[in-house]
Design a protein. Structure first.
Length: 256
């Protein structure tokens, strides 16, 4: 039971009603309210303890390839891993969503944006705990086909607040480097159709325009990651060379 408090409005000492509110930035706000008039008599704040998934020291390199569908993320992520391994580096390829059943579930069900965001965040935590963090701890290069920035771009394009998305992803490791493969939406649609499959609801032109806009905005504002804007209209050979050179430069800077 809470300690009695003075309600200045009722002009008497009362046993307050405690209302707890969880915030998205990891706090619990406790409001002590008068049971008679509802006035807030006192506010206290508590922090929530979340698991730490960061690497203790700056080892390894966490790279993410981002962009709208049709930009070539999967192809170039795998090629970057192969090219780095040819040069003697230990590199690991991962893809979001990590758990195949989650991708299948999301494509089968028309989820509300917030429900979708929670599922992606949970999948990301599992991926980081099982693969990303252990690999970085062993000084490996992790190349990820999508990352938390995909959630920001795609879910913001569905109307969610960016601060909300960062809040539910607050306990994950942010990529050190992001290669944003940028491509006009019309060309992305043409490439997707050329694959001979049916487009998903995430691949319609209007939606992809919004997603691309959010990606470009992130590339200008990002502070936690180093963003590189890559022209995905270049030839495969040119893009591969650019990705490798930029990665080698990042590795050199981290070792100096």
């Amino acid at each position: 039971m809470s300690e009695p408090l003075l309600c200045t409005r009722c002009r008497e000492v009362v046993v307050p009603k405690v209302v707890r509110t969880l915030t998205f930035d990891g706090r619990v706000l406790k409001e002590y309210r008068c049971p008679r008039c509802g006035s807030v008599l006192l506010i206290q704040e508590e922090r929530i303890s979340l698991p730490k998934r960061g690497v203790e020291k700056a080892v390894g390199l966490y790279i993410a390839l981002e962009g709208i569908g049709g930009a070539g993320k999967t192809y170039f992520a795998k090629r970057l891993v192969a090219l780095l391994e040819e040069r003697g580096y230990s590199a690991v390829y991962v893809k979001e969503p990590w758990i195949p059943a989650i991708k299948e579930f999301i494509h089968k069900h028309d989820l509300d944006p917030d429900a979708e965001a929670y599922i992606f965040a949970a999948d990301r935590i599992i991926l980081q705990k099982e693969v990303v963090i252990p690999a970085l701890s062993e000084n490996k290069i992790v190349v990820s086909d999508r990352s938390v920035y995909a959630s920001i771009a795609y879910q913001c394009a569905r109307g969610l607040n960016e601060e909300f998305l960062w809040a539910i992803n607050r306990s994950i490791r942010i990529p050190d480097v992001v290669f944003l493969l940028d491509i006009p939406v019309s060309e992305a649609i043409r490439r997707l159709k050329a694959e001979g499959r049916r487009l998903t609801r995430y691949e319609n032109e209007e939606y992809l325009r919004r997603v691309r806009g959010h990606y470009l905005s992130l590339s200008r504002r990002a502070r936690s990651s180093r963003f590189y804007l890559i022209n995905a209209m270049k030839s495969k050979e040119e893009i591969e060379k650019e990705l490798v050179n930029l990665t080698l430069r990042e590795l050199k800077q981290r070792s100096s």
